[in-house]
Design a protein around this ligand. Structure first.
Ligand code: SF4
Ligand code: SF4
Length: 476
């Protein structure tokens, strides 16, 4: 089917790998001269693999790399070969944590050392991210450990706001947010935009397995406190594992629907394996993005199906358009098409309506790309601008099925504002009416594809002034 590069899970040597189709699935196979042959499921549906493959876009990478050459993935970086700028940067602010999850080896007590960059080191990391060229990193997420273990987390969030990140996010288990309503208010006041809330499910069981106790009441309290404080952009983050919460996918989406005033999305993360795990166990436990599609479809009774989902780089034409409009390069979501996926849903009178049911998204995005690259494009030329937006506005009705659209929102105006404005208030307004149901499948050593790593847009900044793709960070 195709060849790529991967790592040997035993010795981390860079080795040839190939993707091949078997029983309707896409498999990854690779042979290490010292450690033999390894095989895993890459994508559990060859049909969906091929559909997503169509949206491959190589980005231009960074103009001011930290490293000029080396062997991927060991030369980060970012290096000259990297193809996507930083879309979202993580900064680990501590490895202390107030939970002792049986599944976690990263916290300070298990790791046996304390990692906690100083405020000055965090400032330097943010500066490095904002200096990235040609597109300054637009979004930062504080992670850990548990970021709220730091007494100066509010100050750190404020610093990010002062650096003018468009999105300031925090990944959290929610314990402190549940205990301390004042902290929620302070975080909101200091510019926190999105709370990435670890959220394993809607019953006690997944929490007991993953966290060692029933954390559900605490999650509900955290959401309530965020709502009261004005922190109304929560993304629920379930790590999806077979037998733990794969039967709760539909319920988690319904929970998000019922809390749409505060919850803006669900970001499912199929589990990736740490440590040694044998082939048989992997074959049974592996969940890939197409498996998630099946779970969503079954558990929402077809309200959302696989065909409603698109890969992350599907939206690249919007960046082409806004770049042409604004005259300055906009962030491009050029990650590998098999890394992540998403769809937007509207909810009207309790009924889920995926955006794909009333907008011909494929046709619209093709047209947007055509407009962006039309001969009179001339970045920043005002005549080109007026013509482009005018053409788009008059063409929009062709792509919207008025009979099927939600009646409570002016979808056409909303889209025009998003395309005109790019990343600012119009996007916020769009998100006010929708829920983003998405997934990112972080890789492990068994399914690692270096083509994906080279195109990664979710990075870590480190105190030694490097920027490292999320999927290789824990191995660097
Ligand atoms: S992951 Fe990116 S930055 Fe790191 S070595 Fe590979 S291409 Fe370079
Ligand atoms: S973090 Fe991993 S899964 Fe996500 S974009 Fe980067 S390489 Fe792909």
């Amino acid at each position: 089917m195709k060849s790529t590069k991967s790592l040997c899970p035993e010795c981390l040597a860079v080795i040839d790998a190939f993707l091949f189709e078997e029983n309707g699935k896409v498999m990854i196979g690779k042979t290490c001269r010292r450690h033999g042959y390894f095989e895993d499921i890459y994508w559990s549906s060859a049909k969906q693999f091929k559909r997503f493959e169509r949206y491959w876009h190589d980005g231009a990478g960074v103009k001011n790399p930290n490293v000029l050459s080396g062997v991927c993935p060991f030369a980060c970086g970012l290096c000259l070969s990297h193809k996507t700028t930083t879309i979202l940067a993580n900064i680990d602010v501590t490895n202390r944590c107030n939970q002792k999850c049986p599944v976690c080896f990263a916290n300070a007590s298990s790791a046996g050392y304390l990692y906690e960059p100083s405020l000055e080191q965090i400032r330097v990391m943010m500066q490095m991210l904002r200096n990235e060229k040609p597109v300054p990193c637009p979004a930062v997420q504080f992670s850990g450990g548990e970021p709220t273990m730091r007494n100066d987390i509010v100050q750190i969030v404020r610093m990010a706001h002062e650096f003018k990140f468009i999105q300031v996010q925090m990944a959290t288990n929610g314990v402190k947010l549940a205990e301390d309503p004042e902290l929620c208010k302070k975080l909101y006041a200091s510019g926190l935009g999105t709370v990435y809330l670890q959220f394993d499910g809607v019953t006690e069981k997944p929490y007991v397995i993953n966290r060692g106790y029933n954390a559900l009441p605490l999650k509900l309290k955290a959401i309530e406190n965020c709502r009261a404080a004005g922190l109304t952009s929560i993304s629920l983050v379930p790590t999806l594992a077979k037998g733990v919460n794969d039967m709760q996918v539909g319920d988690i989406i319904r929970f998000a629907v019922n809390n749409m005033d505060t919850v803006k999305g669900v970001n499912f993360q199929p589990v990736s394996f740490t440590g040694r795990i044998n082939r048989e166990e992997r074959m049974v436990k592996r969940i890939t993005i197409p498996d998630l599609f099946d779970l969503v479809e079954e558990q929402t009774n077809g309200a959302i199906t696989a065909e409603d989902f698109y890969p992350v780089p599907f939206v690249v034409p919007i960046s082409h358009f806004t770049t042409a409009e604004e005259g300055i390069p906009d962030v491009e979501f050029t990650v590998h098409p098999h890394c992540g996926t998403g769809t937007y849903i509207y909810v009207e009178n309790g009924k889920i309506i995926p955006i794909t049911r009333f907008i011909d998204v494929e046709g619209l995005l093709e047209y947007i790309d055509e407009l962006a690259s039309s001969s009179d494009r001339g970045i920043g030329k005002s005549l080109g601008k007026i013509k482009r937006l005018g053409s788009l506005i008059s063409a929009l009705p062709k792509y919207i099925d008025l009979a099927k659209r939600p009646k409570s929102v002016d979808v056409k105006q909303l889209l025009i504002n998003v395309l005109r404005d790019g990343t600012g208030d119009a996007i916020k307004e769009f998100h006010r009416h929708t829920l983003l149901i998405g997934a990112m499948h972080f890789m492990d050593l068994y399914n690692m594809d270096i083509e994906r790593i080279e195109r990664c847009g979710v990075h870590y900044a480190t105190p030694d002034n490097r920027i490292i793709p999320f999927c290789t960070y824990s191995r660097s």
